[in-house]
Write a protein that binds this ligand. Structure first.
Ligand SMILES: [Fe+2]
Ligand SMILES: [Fe+2]
Length: 321
């Protein structure tokens, strides 16, 4: 038997052993501080996680642009602008970490093809006015905050977990801003109340899907095995529902979910997945196949590419106002 043929499986076995040994150390509470401690697989999963998080933060810059333009008062403009500034700061924190992993951040942000950025369906839909923007903060920023809180609490890469303290501190403000002004517009007039409900109806199912497919479908669990994150998709979704649904109920906003006492958890009033009609902006609550849902995600929402095209090409400045 030739020696090369022997070498390949034993190398694979030793790398598998190294991966398992790292998983065991991490499960025992070990925090990784240096790249030299990382295995190939760990590093790959961590980099993928940080890159998606960085892209998501960056996409919000263009996401809130319309709300910034149409915010009714100067105070509202300032609060949207400062949230956008926060998000850019979050993106910067994450791209800077990636720089330490050998990425060229200039190229990542300004020269990467927009189709290569990885974002979620929710942030590929731009809130069309200030009311929709505060509803997005209530639901969408909270979805992001749910993910980044879990990363801060659980991520086994110390520098990343610690960098999220500031991020989460600011996200808390975005969510609180969303809560305060959603309630304000709900109480302001019948027109603004209808607008709040319309924005909730549009954003709620997208926010539910922020956390991805149900746990029984998820094939890759490396993020959990290496404690890059602590909670599963369904656990994070429950955490989000546990905060959003009682808030909405306290205001009087209708949402398609409630707490099921017998099951001891929140349940949706529809079975995932469902499709959004991009023409009307309305959801069809008929359950479809996951293939159909994946096709909708692949196609993406209206600002999937344009938000990055805008960041890469626009002349920013007076046009914003
Ligand atoms: Fe953020
Ligand atoms: Fe935010």
């Amino acid at each position: 038997m030739n020696t090369l043929a022997n070498a390949a499986p034993s190398q694979a076995a030793s790398s598998d052993e190294a991966e398992l040994a790292l998983q065991v150390r991490i499960k025992a509470g070990h925090i990784i501080e240096d790249q030299s401690e990382m295995t190939t697989r760990y590093r790959k999963v961590l980099e993928e996680t940080m890159l998606i998080a960085a892209d998501l933060e960056l996409s919000t810059l263009a996401l809130y642009y319309k709300a910034l333009q149409t915010a009714p008062t100067l105070e509202d403009k300032i609060s949207v602008a400062s949230a956008m500034q926060d998000e850019l700061g979050h993106a910067q924190v994450m791209y800077r970490l990636l720089k330490g992993f050998g990425y060229d951040t200039e190229k990542l942000v300004f020269e990467r093809d927009p189709s290569e950025f990885k974002t979620f369906y929710l942030v590929q839909h731009q809130p069309q006015d200030y009311v929709a923007c505060v509803v997005y903060m209530l639901l969408g920023d909270r979805a992001g905050y749910t993910t980044t809180r879990d990363l801060e609490e659980s991520c086994s890469y110390g520098p990343y977990a610690r960098s999220l303290r500031k991020v989460n501190f600011e996200e808390q403000f975005h969510v609180a801003h969303g809560e305060k002004w959603t309630r304000f517009f709900w109480d302001m007039s019948s027109e603004t109340r209808a607008r709040v409900q319309e924005a909730i109806d549009h954003a709620f199912p997208m926010s539910v899907m922020w956390f991805g497919t149900p746990d029984h479908m998820k094939k890759r669990t490396d993020q959990i095995a290496y404690s890059i994150r602590g909670q599963s998709n369904d656990e994070l979704r429950q955490r989000w529902l546990n905060e959003v649904v009682p808030y909405c109920e306290s205001v009087g906003i209708k949402v398609p979910a409630h707490f099921d006492k017998e099951l001891g958890q929140y349940v949706l009033h529809y079975e995932m997945p469902i499709l959004l009609d991009e023409e009307t902006g309305k959801w069809d609550y008929t359950t479809v196949s996951w293939e159909e849902k994946f096709a909708q995600w692949k196609k993406g929402g209206p600002t999937k590419l344009s938000c990055f095209q805008r960041i890469q090409n626009d002349v920013w400045g007076s046009d914003l106002w």
